[in-house]
Design a protein around this ligand. Structure first.
Ligand code: ZN
Ligand code: ZN
Length: 471
């Protein structure tokens, strides 16, 4: 957002605050908000939930035996926390299962490579593939390539991921990961490899979903660790063919059923309006899924539990959703969008960016609710959270749901400076979570969700989405 637009939004917020002054929160509701901030400071529940999940279940790729265990864990845990409504809703899906994989450089100098298959990758033939590398410094160069350089070769895209507090480096790199195999396949390549989508320099590969466009030959796809990508880049300078061997096994299209696990605090006079918050219960197989997304399911469940324990009765229904299969297909979000398409939602909000502290609060609510949104933003300031504008975006799961019905959104920006050091690697483990920082997340969520539940103004319906011309 540019400065001018930001200033305009602040003005709009301030004006509507004045107009909506009469329609604000009761002193009792604000007192509960203060109590929640305080109670959150004393609660370790979110950290304990991640600890329990990763210790008792561990990695939980969608459709696996551990995914089932995670669903059982979630149902039992939410019941034991005392939520009045707990249920698991079936989500049928086609699972992908990683097999054995290895790759190494054969020429001009032999080098082993640390690598991992991308989710949904097809397998190589049993004997593997040996071919010359077609090197591209980034994804744009591959997309612009009209030559036959990739034909019969293993495409390697050396796309680097920028470290940023708000995680903006992930967008272009994850696009390279998801669309790269299709671009390689179109050009007659035998396989697709990418520099790990990560900001670390660890010799660990980052997995993540990829996909294939219809009608294009599907080529095996994998990521090499960042230091191994550096090696491949250095090998270019000898002006000799760089050759690689890769063998990658995988099973695709396995029929499986996972579940969205749901806990609710039923509302009172506005019970038919839902505040849906959550994260995803599944994880990649390489690590323990602590930051991605044990943290998100724990933060949102712990925030709802704080509200439950406050004894205050929310006007609107608070629904915690632990989504199935975010990582490799978004099946849980699609199932939710379909099942609840007719239901009024006060908002949807997702926590799926680790456990770093929240520094900014944004909304997407109808103009009549901007005054209330500003009061909520004021209530988050003591927690170190700045007010953003009304152009909040949401995560992958709630994004699917939001777009399906143009729903209002709360968005909490977390400091993700180190998130992509660990994301989708074997290093996604509990020690990456700071108990004090995850506690601040719970305080913010509990305060904002409570006030959204009590709002004198509905956040919906949003004005119809206008198609903006490209800039
Ligand atoms: Zn995630
Ligand atoms: Zn992920």
């Amino acid at each position: 957002m540019n400065q001018f637009r930001r200033a305009g939004l602040a003005l709009a917020l301030a004006l509507s605050f004045g107009a909506a002054g009469a329609q604000s929160f009761s002193d009792a509701d604000l007192a509960v908000a203060a109590k929640l901030r305080e109670a959150g400071q004393a609660s370790n529940l979110a950290y304990e939930l991640v600890d329990s999940l990763v210790t008792e279940v561990g990695a939980r790729p969608a459709g696996s035996a551990n995914d089932k265990k995670a669903v059982d864990w979630a149902v039992a845990k939410l019941k034991s926390l005392g939520f009045p409504v707990v249920r698991a809703e079936p989500v049928p899906l086609k699972a992908w299962k990683r097999g054995e994989a290895h790759a190494h450089i054969t020429e001009p100098f032999a080098q082993p490579l640390v690598m991992t298959a991308l989710g949904m990758s097809v397998a190589t033939p049993k004997e593997g593939i040996s071919a010359e590398i077609a090197y591209y410094p980034d994804f744009a160069t591959l997309k612009a390539d009209t030559s036959d350089k990739a034909k019969g070769r293993i495409v390697f895209v050396d796309q680097k991921t920028e470290r940023a507090k708000d995680g903006r480096g992930y967008g272009p790199s994850s696009t390279a990961r998801t669309q790269g195999p299709t671009e390689a396949g179109k050009r007659g390549a035998l396989a697709f490899a990418i520099r790990s989508v990560g900001t670390d320099h660890d010799r660990l590969a980052h997995t993540g979903a990829t996909r294939y466009a219809e009608g294009v030959p599907a080529v095996p796809a994998f990521a090499v660790s960042v230091p191994d990508a550096d090696t491949i880049a250095r090998l270019q300078r000898y002006g000799k063919p760089v050759k690689m061997h890769v063998s990658l096994q995988a099973e695709l299209g396995i029929d499986a059923v996972s579940h969205n696990v749901i806990a609710e605090i039923p509302g009172t006079d506005l019970a038919d309006e839902v505040i849906a918050i959550g994260g995803h219960l599944d994880s990649w197989d390489l690590g323990q899924g602590a930051i991605d997304d044990g943290a998100g399911v724990a933060i949102t469940a712990a925030a709802a539990k704080l509200i439950l324990d406050s004894g205050a009765k929310p006007r609107r229904t608070i629904r915690v959703v632990m989504f199935a299969n975010e990582e490799n297909g978004l099946d849980g979000a699609r199932a939710y969008a379909e099942k609840y398409k007719g239901q009024k939602h006060q908002l949807v909000a997702e926590s799926d960016f680790g456990a770093g502290p929240i520094y900014r609060f944004q909304t997407r609510v109808r103009p009549e609710a901007l005054g209330v949104a500003l009061v909520i933003a004021e209530q988050l300031k003591p927690l170190g959270v700045e007010a953003g504008g009304n152009e909040g975006r949401t995560g992958a799961d709630t994004g699917v749901i939001q777009r399906a019905a143009n729903l209002p959104v709360f968005s909490f920006s977390q400091d993700g400076t180190d998130y992509f050091d660990f994301h989708h690697t074997a290093n996604d483990t509990l020690d990456k979570i700071d108990p004090a920082k995850i506690r601040q997340n719970v305080q913010v969520w509990a305060t904002a969700v409570w006030l959204a539940a009590q709002s004198p103004v509905a956040f919906h319906p949003l004005p119809a989405v206008e198609k903006k011309p490209a800039q």
